[in-house]
Design a binder for this molecule. Structure first.
Ligand code: ATP
Ligand code: MG
Length: 291
């Protein structure tokens, strides 16, 4: 049987070579029907695991999604959260920062949205934008009110270090972090943009700005490569997921989430002697209740 590849995990040794990261599924990948069935199974499994995760109430799960436009972040998030109890899962999308957000350090706005214990938090874009889009458009820094002591020469390295420290801190305190880069090819992005222009029911998804942004493709790929190299760690791994086939991408992401949750060995909390005695009292009260 086809085994879902684990080699999409970005190595922790700082040697990630983005040009070798596939945008297509492997040749022997299952067909879309099999993938759809597999996704159904994984979604069911995620629902069970999420209940256990919630009851266990010790860890938080943070899922970060980054990608070029039209790679399918929204659809993937929708697919993997489909069966999960909405009370245990929250999605946050980070767009251009507001004036209030720009008046704080770059980790502030996402920190407010971190998942509490027992919950799953999903970031659709994240603080990584600060070393991606801002790196590609350094003029955005002008709006950030940075003081003179922020060294412009080492800014990107310093931000990557802040991100590493931040994630290390979160992991050390019980947040399980998984980061997904949905790796779409430039050709596939073009096809999807053209579809958005050609099909009336897809027009709403089209934004002229996205076509302009694609002209910076090489700069984005460089920024992604460095960000993934420098921040993929055992406690906060990046996965470079081929994104040209949406079904394969969604199943691969779901497989990784399920495997990670399964590895946590979560138990439902067990009542102790005192709890059990109290339960017995409550049981008697209920049984003896007048009609
Ligand atoms: P969709 O297009 O599917 O609605 P999206 O995530 O592309 O989703 P948009 O509103 O199109 O949402 O784009 C958000 C934009 O905000 C992106 O171009 C992103 O790079 C930008 N952005 C996010 N964070 C920052 C940041 N910290 N500084 C500057 N720009 C940012
Ligand atoms: Mg967009």
């Amino acid at each position: 049987m086809f085994q879902f590849p684990t080699n999409y995990q970005v190595s922790f040794d700082g040697r990630f070579d983005l040009s070798t990261a596939p945008t297509h599924p492997p040749k022997d990948a299952p067909d879309d029907k099999v993938l759809e069935e597999r996704l159904q199974k994984l979604v069911g499994r995620m629902d069970e695991l999420q209940q256990r995760f919630y009851a266990h109430d010790k860890h938080s799960l943070l899922l970060i999604f980054q990608a070029m436009d039209a790679a399918g972040k929204d659809g993937t998030i929708r697919a993997v959260t489909r069966g999960v109890n909405p009370a245990g899962c929250q999605v946050f999308s980070f767009k251009q920062p507001s004036v209030e957000e720009l008046d704080h350090d770059f980790l502030w706005r996402t920190s407010k949205c971190l998942p509490e214990r027992g919950r799953i938090g999903i970031f659709n874009r994240s603080y990584y934008e600060e070393v991606l889009v801002v790196r590609v458009h350094p003029e955005y820094l002008d709006g950030q009110n940075l003081p003179a002591e922020v060294n412009r020469d080492t800014l990107w390295q310093d931000r990557l270090e802040s991100i590493r420290d931040h994630e290390k801190h979160l992991a050390r305190n019980g947040t399980v972090i998984l980061k997904f880069w949905l790796n779409i090819s430039r050709d596939e992005q073009k096809k999807r943009f053209l579809k958005r222009l050609d099909k009336a029911d897809k027009n709403w998804k089209f934004s002229p700005g996205d076509v302009k942004e694609r002209q910076h493709w090489a700069a984005y790929m460089q920024a992604y490569e460095q960000a993934l190299r420098e921040t993929s760690r055992q406690h906060a791994p990046w996965y470079a997921i081929p994104a040209d086939n949406k079904d394969f991408m969604r199943v691969t992401v779901a497989e990784i989430i399920v495997k990670t949750l399964e590895s946590l060995q979560m138990d439902y909390p067990q009542p102790n002697e005192v709890d059990r005695a109290r339960f017995e009292e409550c049981r008697q009260l209920l049984v003896n209740e007048g009609e």
